[in-house]
Design a protein. Structure first.
Length: 192
């Protein structure tokens, strides 16, 4: 490492975890940062997720989906001013519950600024939004499975992904009427 100054400050590192242990690893590290007096080395632990909704048998269910299964990201100081690996924080993270190892093993490489910026903006975009598990297309036929238009079949005219809404043209009394529905209120028809 010729340019040691770039890795001496707080940087983001990717940490590999056991399958489905990302949450446990994050919780463990968050909980023990203060207990193990790691505040001067470990600043943030990130498990990027989004909220995904789907409807099964007419029931809306919401799940949290991980953007990077098998990984968490840790913002920490891992090298001293001479570019030498700091053993204490390295072991602290490595020995964390559910943690396999740093990406890069004994010589973890920090994520590039562009990489962590992309991850952070994914997290920001997903915040407070529910994303449908199924993506729809304009012109697609869907069956309404909730609300006053339940069981009617209609055609998608408009899609508003930011609000999670669809404008569906349904036939009511022989006339096509556009109605606004949420993603989870419709399902694909068998024929489409």
């Amino acid at each position: 490492m010729s340019d040691s100054s770039s890795i001496t400050g707080p940087r983001w590192y990717a940490v590999q975890t056991l399958s489905n242990q990302e949450g446990k690893a994050k919780k463990y590290l968050d909980k023990f940062i203060a207990v193990e007096e790691m505040e001067e080395f470990v600043f943030d632990v990130l498990m990027p997720t989004e909220t995904v909704t789907e409807v099964k048998a007419g029931k809306k269910s919401t799940k949290t989906r991980k953007f990077y299964p098998g990984y968490i990201f840790v913002n920490m100081r891992l090298y001293d001013d001479d570019g030498k690996l700091l053993q204490k924080p390295w072991y602290f993270v490595r020995e964390g519950q559910g943690v396999i190892n740093f990406v890069g093993g004994d010589h973890p490489t920090p994520l590039k600024k562009s990489e962590i910026d992309r991850i952070l903006s994914q997290v920001e975009d997903a915040e407070g939004k529910e994303k449908p598990k199924i993506e729809y297309d304009i012109g697609e036929m869907v069956k309404v499975n909730d609300g006053p238009f339940a069981n009617l079949v209609g055609k998608i005219e408009e899609i508003d992904p930011d609000r999670g809404k669809l404008k569906v043209s349904v036939s009511i009394f022989g006339r096509f009427t556009p109605v606004e529905l949420e993603y989870w209120q419709v399902q694909r028809t068998e024929e489409s």
